[in-house]
Design a protein around this ligand. Structure first.
Ligand SMILES: Cc1cc2nc3c(=O)[nH]c(=O)nc-3n(C[C@H](O)[C@H](O)[C@H](O)COP(=O)(O)OP(=O)(O)OC[C@H]3O[C@@H](n4cnc5c(N)ncnc54)[C@H](O)[C@@H]3O)c2cc1C
Length: 457
């Protein structure tokens, strides 16, 4: 049967493209894998190997019973991931984390792909997938080459493809102190999809605001990389840059107190207010409005926990500004990662709006499974939303809120975290995480049993 199947074309041999190609071939479907390195490189890659780790060599926590990323590792192993197999084979001592020997890891992935009979490797840049490629996965990552980015931009519309992420920190709602914070929209406006009480508000007195501005100005920042310096929008300046422009700038920008009344103290207007806006449909995550920042991660935690109501805040992700090519996926992609407007094109990896080596590989794994099922005439089966794969996929294809009111598009790339999972009530936080992991692994087994005959090979 394999002889008669037309190949799937995978563009990009990074973490996601390598995993996708492997998964497709494992199902007996031929693949042509197009990778532009070494002919052409990106600003971050250094080698010609597949699945090169461009920065850290860590896959983060390997704890499958209490951490979301460890759970994702476990699920990927169960689903026959090449990336996890090579990571495990080249692991280095790193406490509870899975760190890998980057050269050994990438060499193992490269050897596996080169040795797979159903994978043909072409070292070439693809600028515009030809029309006779009837099934394509685009997995070209955060540094997609400019000609292909232009093609994607033309297909999706300028505003649907971002070249920079400006990320405000995202907080787990259940870590916010509602003895201090309260729900209210500015001037109680409802907007197109709101209730008049959509934002979480954290009030600051003048002394608290002054101390906060000082901390922002003196806090340690991360430098832009060489290839990132050209980009700096007035529309989304880092919060510390606004603070440097003048003591009152933030109070007239993202921290303005107008139209908000603290119900516990209605006669005293807060001097400034930090607002958090709902970030996912589940209502478990809230982003700090206008708080994109280049402060170092440790500094963000230290400084943002001085905000009243956020003293014990747990962050699902911290803020940042990076060069990053990614789609407005919730609007553009269907449930199996196909471009709605042109279903022969599927996307995988960081370009879809996940973040991180492992998450990118996991989305490559799913895209590979979906496309292979399609080629074999089967109905692609979606992982349950209670699994780490399902939660991540749901963030990309639907779980994220486009916007609460008429505000700007808010979809931003994200690592896997428990805020993306349908919540479980009761129990203390640590016990809840364990229960979420146990539920995920049980649901994954049930899914494997019912839906994907080759999943456990
Ligand atoms: C500077 C930087 C540092 C990062 N640091 C970390 C980190 O420490 N930890 C972490 O977890 N994540 C990190 N990330 C995120 C990381 O990029 C992703 O997690 C992961 O590599 C993305 O996987 P991917 O497969 O989507 O893209 P990539 O791994 O980047 O793979 C994309 C591949 O596509 C190829 N390609 C691009 N355009 C074309 C084209 N037109 N034709 C053919 N091939 C093409 C590229 O050469 C590349 O091999 C970092 C990202 C950047 C940019």
């Amino acid at each position: 049967m394999t002889q008669s199947l037309r190949p799937v074309h995978v563009i990009g041999g990074g973490l996601s493209g390598a995993e996708a190609a492997w998964q497709i071939a494992r199902r007996g479907v031929p693949v042509v894998l197009h990778e532009m390195r070494p002919q052409r490189s990106t600003a971050a890659h250094r080698s010609a190997d597949f699945a090169e780790l461009v920065c850290s060599n860590s896959f983060r926590s390997d704890d499958a019973s209490g951490s979301a990323i460890g759970l994702l590792h476990a699920e990927m192993r169960r689903l026959g991931s090449l990336v996890m197999r090579a990571g495990d084979a080249h692991k280095l001592p790193a406490g509870g984390a899975l760190a890998v020997d980057r050269d050994g890891f990438a060499a193992a992935i490269t050897a596996a792909l080169e040795g797979e009979r159903l994978i043909e490797i072409r070292r070439e840049e693809v600028s515009d997938p030809p029309l006779d490629w009837d099934s394509v996965i685009i997995a070209t990552g955060p540094l997609t080459s400019p000609p292909l980015a232009e093609t994607i931009g033309n297909l999706t519309g300028e505003a649907a493809l971002a070249f920079f992420d400006a990320i405000a920190p995202i907080v787990h709602r259940d870590s916010i102190d509602f003895d201090v914070a309260w729900f209210q929209s500015r001037y109680d406006k409802t907007g197109p999809a709101g209730s008049g009480a959509d934002y979480i508000n954290c009030p600051l007195t003048r002394a608290q605001y002054d101390a906060f501005v000082d901390a922002l100005v003196t806090g340690e920042k991360t430098a832009f990389r060489d290839f990132e310096t050209t980009h700096y929008f007035e529309g989304c300046l880092p919060i510390e840059v606004m603070a440097e422009r003048g003591r009152e700038t933030l109070r007239h920008g993202p921290m303005k107190p107008f139209g908000l009344t603290d119900p516990r103290n209605p006669d005293v207007k807060p001097y400034a207010v930090v607002q958090l806006r709902q970030d996912n449909r589940l209502g478990t995550l809230f982003n700090m409005v206008g708080f994109q920042t280049k402060l170092k991660h440790g500094e963000q935690v230290r400084i943002f926990r001085t905000i009243p109501g956020l003293a014990n805040a747990e962050f699902a992700r911290l803020g940042g500004l990076h060069r990053n090519t990614f789609l407005n996926s919730p609007r553009l992609l269907d449930a199996t990662l196909r471009l709605k407007a042109m279903p022969r094109l599927r996307f995988a990896g960081q370009i879809t709006g996940c973040e991180g080596y492992v998450e990118s590989a996991a989305i490559g794994l799913l895209a590979g499974r979906f496309v292979a099922a399609e080629r074999l005439g089967e109905q692609p089966s979606l992982p349950p939303p209670t699994t780490a794969h399902g939660a991540l996929l749901n963030h990309i294809t639907g779980g994220h809120l486009e916007t609460i009111d008429a505000g700007p598009r808010s979809f931003q790339p994200m690592n896997i975290n428990f805020g993306l999972f349908p919540p479980l009530g009761g129990a203390a936080r640590d016990a809840r995480k364990q229960a979420l992991c146990a539920r995920a692994l049980a649901d994954l087994e049930a899914w494997i049993g019912r839906a994907i005959p080759h999943a456990a090979e």
